[in-house]
Every structure is written in structure tokens, then in C-alpha cells.
Design a protein around this ligand. Structure first.
Ligand SMILES: NC(=O)c1ccc[n+]([C@@H]2O[C@H](COP(=O)([O-])OP(=O)(O)OC[C@H]3O[C@@H](n4cnc5c(N)ncnc54)[C@H](OP(=O)(O)O)[C@@H]3O)[C@@H](O)[C@H]2O)c1
Length: 372
């Protein structure tokens, strides 16, 4: 079967990435066939999406029965590509099922790699599964590397827009409201990742994601603040050459790349824009504004279950902030304190990771309550 006729499963179809993927396929008149779609709770939007995909099965993962049936479908492997666009740690078993089946995983759910990157990449190597990142930064690096040997890579540079609060005076960070934190200047994304962009916890996760995807140690991964979100990331090779991948801040590009990789298939997208490309700036991120960023390198250094613990603490802290129970400025402290308290937990299996995740959620909830 040609790349263009792949059979597709979309996980997290009702989310920002899931909806963009479906819109893009329709706009492109794509022959890709959607076999199945999932959402968590929101049945009406899921039904509306399924009505656009003749014959597609629907799964609501908040229902235990659907959860199990979807895992079975993914493990059975009767599809070509899975776009994994669920949000949060809950995505991990689904990503593992796709890789266990040896299928092509177009991975937006970065949490899967943050939690269990070592386990997942080993699984993919065993089954011959392909992992193509959807995160724009990692898509950029994937495109710049184009199969290049790890020994030729000196450093990776992840770019970061700086998020919704990049120009807010530091003294006002304490009183930030969810509405302010959710007003991203460049990207339209789900609430969790938008808050994570404002704190740069998103970039901390991306450091771990890059380490696992490309086998480059976190100490060789740098972060550059780049306000325009046009250069999606850079790769420095051992001979000093720097490669960049560029394009408008629109997830349609990396989604299209990940769904069709390794082929390049025509898309109804305009890459070059004289207006957007006119001025490109790069700065060092301010550690005072973005204390969460350093937690990415720290979690990488700690290894084991540290990524799972950092993600769980952040999920609890961000939910607390969005519900008005935790000040914005305490999100990084809840995460740092949970990471500091990390006991020597095993991290060899997905069950170990689930246990570490549960420990961290409990710890972070106690901190959140204390800080209210
Ligand atoms: N948005 C972006 O531009 C962007 C860019 C780069 C990477 N990503 C990554 O892509 C993933 C999705 O992001 P998003 O912004 O599209 O999120 P989103 O808009 O919040 O959508 C999340 C999707 O996941 C489903 N979901 C929620 N909780 C779930 C659970 N416990 N188990 C299974 N499914 C669940 C939701 O279903 P319901 O609708 O039923 O709640 C929805 O379909 C995240 O990992 C994010 O970091 C996103």
C-alpha cells in the first residue's frame, strides 16, 4: 500500500491537534482512510468528527470498556499509522500498544516519551515500529537530521516562543489569571500545553523528549527563545554547520510530515512568508521568568522515573492553577519540590512508571493544598 493510502487511527481526535489533522486531510482531499477516532469524555464532538469519516469506529476512553477495546485494536495492528494526540500521561499505554504492534506512531503526546522514553524507544527498536514526532521542534530536528548518524551531531537547539507571559513584568507573575496564561501569542493549542508554554515547562519536557527521540544527551540540548516561532529548531553538526527548519507557526506542517513520513506528499500549505520571515530573533531564556525550564535538565540527570514524576506534578499543578486553586508562580515550585522528594523508585517497566506517576500526583496534591 502506498504512503498516501495509509489507514489511520486518530487518538485524541477532539483536541487541537486531532481536529487540525482531520481538517488538513479534508482540505488536501487526502486518500488516507480514518479507521478509528478517540476522545476522552466529549461524545458530541467525537460523533461530529466520526460523521466526517465514513465507517470510522469511535472510542470514548473514559469508558472502561472502550478503553480496553481501543487498546486491543491498537495491539492487533490492523492499521498503518496512529496519530497519538491525547493529552497527558494517560496516553502512555496507547503509545506502547502502537509500538508493540510495530506500527508507525505519529507522536504528539510528548508525555509518553517524558514518562517512559527509554522503554518506548527500546520497544520500537524490537518491533520495528517507527516513531515520528509531531511536536514542531522535534519535527524540525527530525527533518534536519534526516537519518544522519548521531556521531555527526554536536548540539540540538530547541526554540521557544516564550509563551503568553513573556513580556509581563516579573512582579506581576504572581497574580496571573488563567485567561492571561492561555492567551498564546503564536500558537493555538490545548489548555495544558498553553500554560506549559508560559512557564516553559513544555520546553523542559521537550529536552527529555529530544534525548529519547534522537539519542542526544540532555546536556547537549540547548533552548533559545525565539519570539516569531518561525525557526522550529536547529541542529549543530560536529563540523560547526547549523541546520534549521522553518515555516509558519502552524501544526498542520508537522502533522502532515509525521503522517506521511518518509514520503514528501503535496500539501495545501504555504511555507514561505516574506512578512513572517522578515525578522528572526534569538535570545537566552531568562531563568528568573522561567524557573521550570531547568527542571528538564535536572530530570534528565536524575533519570529513571524522574520524567514521570515531573510530568505528574505539572499535571496536578496546572489543573490547580486553571481551577483557581494554585497561584501561577507556584506551578514550578510544586514541580521542583516533588522532584526533590523523589524516592529511589524503580522505572524498568510501564507498571513501575505508573506507580511513580501515582506517587508524584499524591505528593503534588498535598503541596498544592498546602499552598492554597
Ligand atoms: N496543540 C498543539 O498545538 C500541540 C503542539 C505540540 C504538541 N502537542 C501535544 O499534543 C497532545 C495533545 O495536545 P492538544 O493541545 O491537542 O490537547 P487538547 O486540545 O487538550 O486535546 C486533548 C485530547 O485528548 C483527549 N483526552 C483528554 N484527557 C484524556 C485522557 N485522560 N485519556 C485519553 N484521552 C484524553 C481529549 O478528549 P476530550 O475532548 O473528550 O476531552 C482530546 O481529544 C499533548 O500531548 C500536547 O503536549 C500539542
Amino acid at each position: 500500500m502506498g504512503v498516501a493510502h495509509r489507514r489511520l487511527v486518530i487518538l485524541g481526535a477532539t483536541g487541537t491537534v486531532g481536529c487540525q489533522a482531520l481538517d488538513l486531510l479534508e482540505r488536501a482531499g487526502s486518500p488516507l482512510r480514518v479507521l478509528a477516532l478517540s476522545a476522552h469524555r466529549r461524545e458530541a464532538p467525537l460523533r461530529a468528527l466520526a460523521a466526517r469519516c465514513p465507517g470510522a469506529a469511535m472510542f470514548l476512553t473514559s469508558r472502561a470498556e472502550d478503553h480496553e477495546r481501543l487498546l486491543e485494536l491498537l495491539l492487533a495492528g490492523d492499521y498503518d499509522v496512529c496519530l497519538q494526540a491525547m493529552v497527558g500521561a494517560a496516553g502512555l499505554p496507547f503509545s506502547a500498544a502502537v509500538l508493540g504492534a510495530g506500527r508507525h506512531l505519529a507522536l504528539a503526546n510528548k508525555e509518553s516519551l517524558v514518562l517512559a522514553g527509554g522503554i518506548l524507544m527500546e520497544l520500537a527498536a524490537r518491533t520495528g515500529a517507527v516513531v515520528v514526532p509531531v511536536d514542531s521542534e522535534h519535527s524540525a530536528i527530525h527533518q534536519c537530521l534526516a537519518g544522519r548518524a548521531r556521531s555527526e551531531v554536536k548540539r540540538l537547539y530547541l526554540t521557544a516562543s516564550g509563551g503568553a507571559l513573556r513580556d509581563l513584568p516579573l512582579c506581576q507573575l504572581e497574580s496571573v489569571t488563567p485567561v492571561q496564561a492561555l492567551a498564546h501569542p503564536n500558537w493555538s493549542m490545548g489548555p495544558r500545553i498553553t500554560v506549559d508554554s508560559a512557564t516553559m515547562m513544555n520546553k523542559a519536557f521537550e529536552i527529555l523528549e529530544a534525548e529519547h527521540l534522537f539519542g542526544v544527551p540532555a546536556r547537549h540540548v540547548r533552548v533559545l527563545q525565539h519570539r516569531q516561532s518561525v525557526v522550529h529548531s536547529l541542529v549543530e553538526l560536529v563540523d560547526g554547520s547549523v541546520l534549521a527548519q522553518m515555516g509558519p507557526p502552524d501544526m498542520s506542517f508537522p502533522i502532515h510530515y509525521a503522517l506521511h513520513y518518509p514520503a514528501r506528499v503535496p500539501a495545501p500549505l504555504e511555507g514561505y512568508s516574506p512578512r513572517l520571515f522578515a525578522q528572526l530573533n534569538f535570545e537566552e531564556p531568562d531563568p528568573e521568568r522561567y524557573p521550570a525550564l531547568a527542571l528538564g535538565w535536572r530530570a534528565a540527570e536524575l533519570g529513571g522515573a524522574a520524567g514521570a514524576v515531573l510530568n505528574a506534578a505539572d499535571e496536578v499543578a496546572v489543573a490547580g492553577f486553571l481551577e483557581g486553586q494554585l497561584p501561577y508562580s507556584e506551578i514550578p515550585s510544586v514541580c521542583a519540590e516533588t522532584l526533590d522528594a523523589l524516592p529511589p523508585l524503580p522505572a524498568a517497566t510501564l507498571a513501575d512508571i505508573a506507580a511513580a506517576d501515582a506517587w508524584a500526583r499524591q505528593h503534588a496534591r498535598a503541596l498544592r493544598t498546602a499552598l492554597r
